[in-house]
Design a binder for this molecule. Sequence first.
Ligand code: PHE
Length: 520
Amino acid sequence: MEATRAQWKSKLGFVLAASGSAIGLGNIVFFSANAYAYGAGAFYLPYLVSLFVVGIPVLVSEMALGGETRRAFPQSLGRIAGRPGELFGWWALLNAAFITMYYVTILAWVCGMLLGTLGPLWTEATALPAFGIDSLPNPVGFFFSMLSSGWVLVLVAVVWLLNAVIVRRGIATIESAVKVFVPLMWLFMGILIVRGITLPHGEEGVYLLFTPDFQIARDPGVWQGAMSQIFFSLSLGFGIMTAYGSYLPKDADHANNGIVTACLNCGFELLAGLAVFSLLFAFAIVPQASTIAMMFFVVPQGIAAMPAAVKLFGFVFFLLLLMAGLSSSISLLEAICSAVIDKFGWSRKKTLTIACGIGILGSSAFALPQVIDRGLASNGTLGLTLLDLIDHWAFSYGLLVVGLVECLIVGWLLPASRLRQMVNANSRFRLPAVFDWLLKVVIPLGLAVILATSLWGELTGTFYGTTFTLDWAGSLPVAAALFWIGSTILGAWFLTSRRGVAQPAPRLEPAEAPEVPHAS
Ligand code: PHE
């Protein structure tokens, strides 16, 4: 198995794929929405601290783990911590699968809006019979009319199919796709920035984004926001970087790869912040803290107010979102497929068919067009409500729990000093000894405090979503939380308890001679 594992054709291919996974909707709109929610420039301090203290060390560890064990996430953790490690790895992948399911649904909406940019998105208003509303100004009206139509279910299937096509031959087809997607993403982002900051008053948004406010760092909520943003944005806690790293040659430079990927991702994020904030300030549009609103109403509203080429810029914006999103969702599909193939030895075709089948069903749940909130006071449709509830658990809690436990496993059981030694054996940039303590103590402690504070607030204050009441589904928030935790734990237990195909023991010895040629 070791000898036949596929390998990236070049180091560039790997970096493009890893940065393609990292750069996604999270960078383009979620970052701007989060930054705005936490006071724009004020967000930078917690964001940068999270990046250097947590993001980069965890990213390098995840990549190195895959590179050294040459296995997907559950098997990698299993090699360190036995069955409990494998169980936890599957739990992480299943939590990530929930995120990917609604991520694909959002991409289906992006496809719908992309089609809308050809005309209907820019017309004055759309009637919303399903909501009993005569007309709502576009693009908000267009978005909700799309949300309440069954067509979204077709788009969900289309997006899953696109994912399957790109992942059909594993990293070989992924590498070809990201070589097209990633450069185009940078080009499109460049076009939007130039347009944004050359608009009158556009630069005021840039000032706001870069005016620091150190007071805000006292608010623990800001730290949770920044930490979740870093995890999501760098695709950490998804098992992706371990899967991608497992296709690297043994002597790959993980420290360098990790730092380059993090810089590309965060550089893109800052540039996207410039584009979005300048656009909004040029047209005096109030940004919104809600990421969905930012993506589907606020930015398109800004584009609609441009003096010329509205359709073109709108098309570029949604195409950018689609490409950035696809290069992220394929990475999770690959993380799941490689874990299943590593364990059960199934063919890629069978694995992909089952994964996409389940994916289509899951994403369809988040696209359910049934209107449950006619007045649009909160979410509108059942699908969007479910998305909101699951996102709260899988994103704000799930990813951080994965980060916490993986740092404990790698930090104490491998332990961290061994990982550092292995990375430094092939690295131009030597990880300092403080890396061990970050992984062992600082990161787990920080994440534990954040998680405990939020959970405490949740249990003693208002349980998330319970203010949202429906006569027939008043307990939907509780049911969604139970479904998320129950299905991920049971699923992980099921996958761990199955017997896999025999695997040779991995070699984690630090002083191993490289037996495969360098990728670069
Ligand atoms: N890093 C991605 C982003 O910023 C998040 C993501 C990764 C989502 C993998 C789904 C799957 O958008």
